[in-house]
Write a protein that binds this ligand. Sequence first.
Ligand code: S3P
Length: 176
Amino acid sequence: MSEKKIPNIFLIGFMGCGKSTVAKELNRQFHMPVVEMDELIVKQEGMLIPEIFSTYGESYFRRLETKLLDGFSSQSGCVISCGGGVAMREENVALMKKHGCIALLTASPETILGRVEHGDDRPLLKGHKNLQDIRNLLNQRLPKYQAAADFAISTDNKAAFLIALEVYQQALIHTL
Ligand code: S3P
């Protein structure tokens, strides 16, 4: 019997939905190497994300994301924690589908606000850290997140290790 290999798992979803935490758990439980897209971009550019946005603009940052995704053709069995805007571009979704499966993590606006309240590393939330603005942006993005995803998992009031387990199981099911 041939053994099924776990594909790359792309974690998508809104800021604060737990992508980085779940990626770390997938590494801890299943030894999947983690790729943190935001971290890689910061390293590569030698600049923090708010600085990249203010110096070169958001579209420059979006092009960096696409270029990075394009480089995943040679990888397998990795978990890729995507920035919250990655699934907004059709070409990114096509690249993710080609190189793995796509897991959407969701959370309520209340949970998200609680998780993003502190810290100023997210330029899109500057001056918008309130429930109404988060709800608006989330509603705007949700259809695209849902259309891109192979499966979705809620992260509200759930321990990270359980979410990671669910993601792993679903990813296996989706490769059968
Ligand atoms: C963004 C999300 C951020 C980061 C950038 C833009 C977005 O990543 O890529 O600030 O457009 O939602 P996280 O989702 O990891 O916070």
